[in-house]
Design a protein around this ligand. Structure first.
Ligand SMILES: Nc1nc2c(c(=O)[nH]1)N[C@@H](CN(C=O)c1ccc(C(=O)N[C@@H](CCC(=O)O)C(=O)O)cc1)CN2
Length: 282
């Protein structure tokens, strides 16, 4: 790795966010409101169970209530939607998180869209996505928001830069592309059918890896001085970026672990606290 390369420390960014959140949680509690996040886990995917547990633990550490809903793998779309509607109606619940992915037989889009917009702290509904695309979402999707938060924390410029996003998922590649566009970057979105991927990545001043394939982004693709953000969370805590090789050329890079991941969780907590604050205003 070049000695010049800045390691973008997600733990530092998330700790900074959490310090501010702890104050807000205390203020809310003094007013009789305990922020509450309901997490829904369907089935028994061990990685998903780990992520949900991490979210619950993070809530607990900050004094946010977390309510864990665990549904069996055979749950139908209708049953899942009924559970979500119950949480929509529960005034003690401020945010709802449905862990992705759900088992294949479930219509995940329909389930996401059953979440009331004011409780969509994970930014997964079609309406939330659209609001984010227009640039006025209360709760943009958490990993995209985490990527922007890391860039802002380190004062890395976005405006005028060419951002290359690899991945087009509805909770990551697409929303982060819109957020970068709304910050006046020129955005290229690449995906599994993109020809000459390496040549396109090599044009990026900012490279966001959200492809879901371990060590997929090669060092020789990276333009010298580019900022590399790795949103990958593959098995064994391996990112989408070949870290050592990319760090040789990048001016700044997020590691995995301790890069985008912790900020994603802190962002979810931030949105939950904001949702609780909004109930006092309405
Ligand atoms: N409904 C959602 N589902 C999923 C999302 C999401 O944002 N909303 N994102 C991913 C997984 N994910 C959160 O759910 C997630 C993955 C990894 C981490 C993280 O902090 N990882 C650590 C390493 C893990 C560890 O310490 O054991 C790190 O990078 O340092 C956070 C969130 C898919 N599903």
């Amino acid at each position: 790795m070049s000695t010049e390369t800045l390691i973008l420390d997600g733990k530092a960014v998330s700790d900074d966010l959490k310090v501010k959140l702890a104050v807000k949680v205390e203020q809310l509690k003094a007013k009789g409101v305990t922020p509450c996040l309901a997490t829904i886990l369907v089935g028994d995917d061990p990685a998903s169970a780990t992520y949900v547990r991490m979210k619950g633990n993070a809530c607990q550490r900050l004094g946010i209530e977390s309510r864990k809903i665990e549904l069996k793998a055979s749950t139908t779309t209708e049953e899942l939607i009924a559970a979500i509607r119950q949480l929509n109606e529960d005034s003690a619940v401020h945010g709802i998180l449905l862990q992705h992915p759900v088992p294949h037989h479930i219509d995940e889009r329909a389930a996401f869209d059953a979440i009331a917009i004011e409780k969509d702290v994970d930014g997964v509904t079609t309406l939330g996505f659209s609001q984010n695309a227009f640039g006025f979402a209360d709760y943009p999707s958490c990993t995209p928001a985490a990527i922007i938060a890391i860039m802002d924390y380190y004062k890395l410029p976005i405006e005028g830069k060419h951002a290359v996003v690899i991945g087009r998922s509805p909770i990551l590649g697409k929303p982060v592309s819109m957020m970068l566009l709304n910050r006046n970057a020129t955005v290229t979105i690449c995906h599994s059918k993109t020809n000459n991927l390496g040549d396109i990545v090599a044009q990026g001043d900012i490279v966001v890896a959200a492809v879901g394939k371990p060590k997929f982004i090669q060092g020789e693709w990276i333009k010298p001085g580019a900022v590399v953000l790795d949103a990958g969370y593959n098995k064994g805590n391996v990112g989408d970026v070949d870290y050592e090789a990319c760090a040789e050329r990048a001016s700044a890079i997020t590691p995995v672990p301790a890069g985008v991941g912790p900020v994603t969780i802190a962002t979810l907590l931030k949105h939950t606290v904001e949702a609780a604050e909004r109930t006092l205003k309405s």
